[in-house]
Design a protein around this ligand. Structure first.
Ligand code: SAM
Length: 482
């Protein structure tokens, strides 16, 4: 039997089944232990000490107690605390991105994904470099600056050389005032050597969803193909970090297995990365299984209510305060609105999940990976965020200034984020409003920028941001950053 060890590099030891079962039992036994719950909430509260904003976060055991607790006023206190942590570390900025599907060729047998090799009804498609160009121009014309590239796993159709060529093409396209400044990558688990190549190609975050941390469930859901190797998949982030990638993004596909198990596993994975590499995950995504070609989500009987989904988001926010949290257009406007308040810091907008979807007039469904719930245009999403009081941010400065891994975390902890991320968010929003926004969004956005400039603490930084914004409004100079 494997023994729990967060520092181990073996999947069964850092995501340890027995430890998760004991955690769930401990959470169940303590879910009404008010004294303990209050102490956990108190521990997680952010506090300033010697000019540094401290937030201790929670262990997977402590966070699991919160998740199990159903006492209404304690659940309210969790939501309040999650909002508070989010505001202290991320302010009201929301980073914007879009997925770009490169290829749906895949040799895996994932039961929940329409790209699975046995699906004969889905047309297979892979973008040529010319098509990548056209997609990127369409995305730039919407206003996007940050992409997450997505592909199935196929050694001959989408080998690493193809992915690298696409990344190169994406970064090379400068259309009008547009540019893609950060390419995050969501491709199957691979070797240290390939992660080095991705690192050298200048990627932002390497994202890989665990799908489920439950080994037995994982093996049933992935009956064939390279992805069926649970340990190889679970240990991928260690190889990515060994390959030099500082920013990695975790995620669970909620609905596949029991959410309490997944939640504990996810936090254990974060603790493991911190213990081994000295830095936790850069982001955590919270996708839920959606209908798709050949896929009926009701076949997976672990679907979550929206309320439980929100509670999970709040508890993740409290447990790992320095980790960005991502929600995609799998979720509806209504769910996304609540999730934003609970701790989400990045959302996608105007997304199309089909290969080549951005250059089509109408939203195509034939090669789609899953149904998109939030089908609004990027401009509608931006206008909506502004109305809700958020600053949509197209900022990509951190990794381009070398603030990755623990360097990003120390920026976060020092509280200097307000003198850095805040002006960067306003300047990149200024670019969006000048180059791409509708008249209505532009008007609302300009007012927001004026108001939010006053929330930059350092006068000098505020003045520089104001000057740069003037340049953006009156010239074609772009890409100012702190
Ligand atoms: N092929 C890569 C891999 O194996 O990890 C990643 C790319 S895949 C296009 C991105 C993610 O989409 C998967 O990791 C999975 O979590 C998610 N996904 C697959 N089928 C889905 C569905 N029916 N509903 C929602 N998300 C789904």
């Amino acid at each position: 039997m494997a023994i729990y060890d967060p520092k181990s590099l073996k999947a069964d030891e850092f995501i340890n089944h027995e430890e998760i079962l004991e955690t769930l039992q401990y959470a169940e036994e303590n879910k009404n232990n008010v004294e303990l719950i209050d102490a956990i909430l108190e521990k997680a509260r952010p506090r300033w000490e010697n000019g540094i904003l401290h937030c201790k976060g929670l262990t997977h055991r402590e966070a699991s107690v919160l998740l199990a607790c159903d006492i209404p006023e304690k659940v309210e206190a969790m939501y309040k605390l999650a909002e508070d942590i989010k505001l202290q570390f991320y302010g009201n900025r929301i980073v914007i991105f879009a997925p770009l599907y490169l290829s749906n060729y895949c040799i895996n047998g994932c039961l929940y994904c329409p790209y699975h090799a046995k699906n004969k009804t889905i047309p297979r498609k892979k973008l040529t470099q010319e098509e990548v160009r056209a997609e990127v121009i369409a995305l730039q014309d919407m206003g996007h600056k940050r992409l997450a590239i997505e592909a199935g796993e196929h050694p001959t159709e989408n080998p690493i050389e193809y992915i690298l060529e696409c990344i190169n093409t994406i970064y090379s396209i400068k259309h009008k005032n547009g540019a893609i400044r950060r390419v995050n990558v969501n491709i199957a688990a691979t070797t240290v050597e390939n992660y080095k190549k991705l690192h050298d190609a200048g990627i932002g975050t390497y994202i890989l969803f665990q799908e489920t941390y439950h080994r037995k469930g994982y093996e049933e859901l992935h009956p064939t193909g390279p992805k069926s190797d649970y340990a190889y998949h679970t240990e991928a982030m260690d190889r990515a970090m060994e390959g030099g990638i500082d920013d990695v993004g975790l995620g669970v596909l909620f609905g596949l297995d029991k959410y309490r198990y997944e939640f504990a596993g996810l936090l254990m994975h974060a603790e493991h990365l911190e213990a081994v590499h000295g830095v936790g995950p850069h982001t955590i995504s919270v996708p839920r299984v959606k209908p798709a070609d050949d896929i009926d989500p009701t076949e997976f009987d672990n679907s979550l209510t929206d309320e439980m989904f929100e509670k999970i988001i709040a508890c993740i926010r409290i447990a790992v305060p320095y980790t960005g949290m991502i929600i995609s257009t799998r979720e509806s406007e209504e769910v996304r609105k609540k999730a934003l308040a609970m701790g989400i810091s990045q959302i996608s907008g105007g997304s199309r999940t089909s290969v080549g979807g951005y250059t089509e007039e109408e939203r195509p469904h034939d090669t789609e990976q899953f149904d998109v719930s939030d089908q609004r245009t990027l401009d509608e999403v931006i206008g909506w965020l502004i109305e809700l009081g958020y600053i949509p941010s197209f900022c990509t400065a951190c990794y381009r200034e070398g603030r990755t891994g623990d360097r990003f975390m120390s920026l976060c902890k020092s509280g200097q984020i307000q003198n850095c991320c805040h002006p960067n968010a306003l300047m990149t929003l200024g670019e969006y409003l000048t180059d791409y926004a509708s008249a209505d969004t532009k008007e609302k956005g300009m007012k927001l920028i004026e108001k939010e400039l006053m929330n930059i603490p350092k006068e000098k930084v505020r003045e520089i941001a104001r000057e740069n914004l003037k340049e953006i409004y009156n010239s074609n100079r772009r890409d100012f950053r702190f």
